[in-house]
Each structure stands twice: as C-alpha cells, then as structure tokens.
Design a protein around this ligand. Sequence first.
Ligand code: FES
Length: 106
Amino acid sequence: MKTSEKDLRINKGVIRGKEIEIIVDGESVKAFEGESVAAALFANGQRISRSTTKENSLRGMYCGIGMCFECVMTIDNIPNTRTCQTFVREGMFIETQQAEGKWKTV
Ligand code: FES
C-alpha cells in the first residue's frame, strides 16, 4: 500500500476509523473511514487534483468546504466530484482529472 515517506496525519490523541485502501491514479493509498478523499490525499502528500481546461494549469484543494470546486477529481468514473465533500470508501477508484473530465458512456 502506497503511503508517502511520511504520513502527514496528526497521530496523537486522534481516534480514527478503520484503515482502508483507495486506488489513486492506479496506486493503492492508505485512508481511514471517516476521512474525506481530499484529507486522505493531502495526508499522503498529493496536492494536485486536476488541470484546467484552457491552460492546463494545476489545481488542488483550496477552500476545503465545498465552495470553490478546485478539488474536483474523477471518482468511480464520475468526473467533477468534490473530494473535500466526499468520504473515502474501501476500493474507491480516484483519478486526477484532466480539464472537464470524461463521462463513461454506456
Ligand atoms: S476545496 Fe473547495 S470545493 Fe473542495
């Protein structure tokens, strides 16, 4: 399971949910039930969530409260999902989003 060299979570005096595994850009990442996707990624050192449509510039979590939409990623094939408003789930499949993302058509 991939973790950054240093887990950036506060570990003293915190009670966490069950440790789970999420898949981020094809790699296994440690998370805990009750964390937002953004928090889990931040704790594992990932700061980039997407690139912009026009200039392909990189974006990451900004407000952390669901207002700015800078943190959107493709989660379980659904683009433009706010990672700061989405709780992790075992086996969740998360991708760094390019521009507007792509919807899977059936
Ligand atoms: S960080 Fe602003 S909506 Fe998620």
